[in-house]
Design a protein. Structure first.
Length: 188
């Protein structure tokens, strides 16, 4: 039922990476199909790339041998910003279709594009900071680590400077000097 209710894919689709960085070579995948949605391995696919500065480059996409109707092109994204990618596929003189997509280069935090747990990064941060990675359900290990770390927290002692005799003495001397200076100059 769901298959019948969904829209059919476009005859030509472009797939772009999630978060490319400036200076990277970005792979552009294009799927070419005919009017009956059969993959066309014999299509000619041209990819047109418009950079944020307005420079236009046309690249011929190469077919992927193992997958019929799949084509790949490599785009060098030298500057950050929004790139406009359009693909045109034809078979002989017959156009199979066109498709456009946009890609943001250098403006996306990779951490936000893939928010899944990265165990290796967590282990490196834990080693560097003297901590440990504890599983989500292991509350007893967390409690033991917190109890073991309690004496270090007690050693940190906060002292306010305003509650000492020196701060009161310095403030009193400054006020007396100001009062004596006003009196010497005849000011009230």
């Amino acid at each position: 039922m769901r298959w019948l209710a969904q829209n059919a894919p476009e005859p030509l689709t472009i797939t772009l990476p999630a978060a490319p960085a400036p200076g990277e070579t970005v792979p552009v995948a294009v799927a070419a199909r005919d009017a009956g949605y059969a993959p066309r391995a014999d299509a000619i696919v041209d990819v047109r790339v418009t950079s944020p500065s307005g420079r236009v480059e046309t690249i011929h996409a190469a077919s992927v041998p193992a997958q019929a109707g799949q084509f790949r092109a490599s785009v060098r994204a030298m500057e950050p910003g929004v790139y406009r990618i359009s693909a045109d596929a034809r078979r002989g003189q017959t156009s199979l279709g066109t498709s456009t997509a946009t890609m943001l280069v250098g403006g996306v935090d990779p951490e936000m594009t893939d928010p899944r747990l990265n165990e290796d990064t967590l282990q490196r941060v834990a080693r560097a900071s003297g901590g440990a990675v504890i599983a989500a359900g292991d509350t007893s290990a967390l409690l033991e680590r917190l109890k073991a770390a309690a004496p270090a927290a007690v050693l940190a002692l906060r002292t306010d400077l305003w509650h000492t005799g020196w701060s009161f003495g310095i403030l009193a001397v400054l006020l007396a000097v100001e009062w004596l200076t006003r009196r010497a100059w005849g000011l009230k």
